[in-house]
Design a protein around this ligand. Structure first.
Ligand code: ATP
Length: 363
C-alpha cells in the first residue's frame, strides 16, 4: 500500500500539450477519480503513473519511491484499462490464479481467493471458459479480478466499467467501492461518468485542458466549485450559467441578467456597480411560478421533460436558455404547457458568481 505523489508533471506529443504542470498527492488507501471531458489529459496522466508513457518532465513517487523512470513491472501497480488482454491460452480460472501462483501462494490459498473474487464479480460460472468464450463485460470483470488478486501497491483503472450494461455497472460500483475499502489499496480511476466519481470516490480530481481545476471530496466539488468550469461540469443537469452585470437596485445588490434581476446575498470584494460576471444557479434551485411581478426573471416554457419523480423544464428568458428541475407533483400543480409564461426566482443562498474573465468562483 502506498501514497502517490505527482509533481509538476508535463506531457507533450509534438505540438499537443496533453498534460501541463499537474501536481497532486493521493493518500495511502484513498480512492481517487480523475474526472473531465474527453481529451483533458486523464488517460495520459494515468498512463504516466503506470509507466506506460514517459513524462516530458516532472516526477512521480509511489510510496515515497521515485518511480518516474522505472518500467511498469517495477512499480508494483495493478492496472485495468478499457481494452484488456487476458492470456488467450489459459482458462479464466488460470488467468486469475496466475498472478498468485507466481507469488508462491499455496493451492488452497489460490482456490479461496479465486472463489471470493469470482463470487463478488459474478464470474463464478465462467471460471472454466477460455477468454474467447466470454462476452466483453465478462472479460472486463475477469481483468478486474486479475488485478484484485494481485498484491499491488496501487490500482490504476481507466474507464474500467464503462462498457458494462447499466445494471451490472451499478452492481460493480458497489462491489468495487466495497473491495477497495476492504483491501485498502490506493486506487486511481479515470472516468468521464460523474455518477461513478461522485458515488465511489473519496476525492475527485477534476481536469480540463491538461490542467487540474479542483481536487476535493465529491461534496466539495459539487457545493464549492473552484471555478466556472467545475461548476458547469459537475452536476446533472448542468448548472445554469448566465452573463450578468452587478447593479445596486434598492437596498441590496443585484445581478441584472437578460431575463431580469437576481437579488444577491452579498457583494464579493472587488465587485462594483457595472462589474460583469457570470451567475450560476443549479436547476434544482430555480423556482418556477405562475407569472407575477417578481423581478428575478420572466420567461416562457420551451420544453418539458418528465423524468418520473421529477420534471425538467427548459425556459427561454431574455434570449437565455435555462433549466429548472422540480418535483413532478409541483410541475403538475403548476400545469405549465410549452409556450406558457413563467416567473423565475433564484434563492439567494444558492447563487454562485464567477469572474467573467478568469472564471474563478467569487461567491
Ligand atoms: P478520453 O476521456 O477521451 O479518453 P482523456 O482525458 O483521457 O480523454 P487523453 O487521452 O489523456 O485524454 O488525451 C489528452 C490529449 O492528448 C488529447 O488532445 C489527445 O488527442 C492527445 N494525445 C493523447 N495521446 C496521444 C498520442 N499518442 N499522440 C498525440 N496526441 C495524443
Amino acid at each position: 500500500m502506498a501514497s502517490v505523489l505527482v509533481h509538476q508533471l508535463v506531457k507533450s506529443f509534438n505540438n499537443v500539450h496533453a498534460v501541463h504542470d499537474v501536481g497532486f498527492k493521493v493518500n495511502d488507501g484513498e480512492f481517487v477519480f480523475f474526472l473531465g471531458p474527453s481529451g483533458c489529459g486523464k488517460t495520459t496522466t494515468l498512463r504516466m503513473i503506470a509507466g506506460l508513457l514517459m513524462p516530458t518532465s516532472g516526477r512521480i513517487e509511489i510510496g515515497g519511491r521515485n518511480v518516474t523512470f522505472l518500467r511498469p513491472r517495477h512499480r508494483n501497480v495493478g492496472m485495468v484499462f478499457q481494452q484488456n488482454v487476458l492470456y488467450p491460452h489459459m482458462s479464466v480460472a488460470d488467468n486469475l490464479a496466475y498472478p498468485l501462483k507466481v507469488r508462491g501462494f499455496t493451492r488452497k490459498e489460490v482456490r479461496e481467493k479465486l472463489g471470493e473474487v469470482a463470487e463478488r464479480l459474478r464470474i463464478a460460472d465462467v471460471l472454466d471458459r477460455m477468454p474467447d468464450e466470454l462476452s466483453g463485460g465478462q472479460s472486463q470483470r475477469v481483468a478486474i479480478g486479475r488485478m484484485l488478486v494481485r498484491q499491488a501497491d496501487v490500482f490504476l483503472m481507466d474507464e474500467a466499467i464503462s462498457h458494462l450494461d447499466a445494471k451490472l455497472r451499478a452492481h460493480m460500483r458497489t462491489e468495487l467501492r466495497h473491495l477497495q475499502k476492504t483491501l485498502g489499496v490506493t486506487t486511481l480511476f479515470v472516468s468521464h461518468d460523474q455518477l461513478e466519481a461522485m458515488s465511489m470516490g473519496d476525492r475527485i480530481l477534476v481536469m480540463n485542458d491538461g490542467a487540474i481545476q479542483q481536487f476535493g471530496t465529491p461534496q466539495e466539488v459539487f457545493d464549492r466549485p473552484a471555478n466556472r468550469f467545475v461548476a458547469g461540469f459537475v452536476g446533472e443537469p448542468h448548472m445554469n450559467i448566465l452573463p450578468a452585470e452587478i447593479r445596486h437596485e434598492g437596498a441590496r445588490p443585484v445581478a441584472r441578467w437578460a431575463g431580469g434581476a437576481m437579488p444577491l446575498p452579498d457583494l464579493p470584494h472587488g465587485l462594483v456597480e457595472g462589474s460583469l460576471v457570470d451567475v450560476g444557479i443549479r436547476p434544482e434551485h430555480v423556482v418556477l411560478a405562475a407569472p407575477s411581478r417578481t423581478n428575478a426573471g420572466h420567461g416562457n416554457v420551451e420544453a418539458l421533460e418528465p423524468l418520473g419523480a421529477e420534471c425538467l423544464v427548459t425556459v427561454q428568458a431574455g434570449g437565455q436558455t435555462l433549466r429548472a428541475r422540480l418535483p413532478a407533483v409541483r410541475a403538475d400543480r403548476l400545469g405549465f404547457d410549452v409556450g406558457a409564461a413563467v416567473s423565475l426566482q433564484f434563492p439567494r443562498d444558492h447563487i454562485y458568481l464567477f469572474d467573467k474573465a478568469g472564471g474563478q468562483t467569487l461567491l
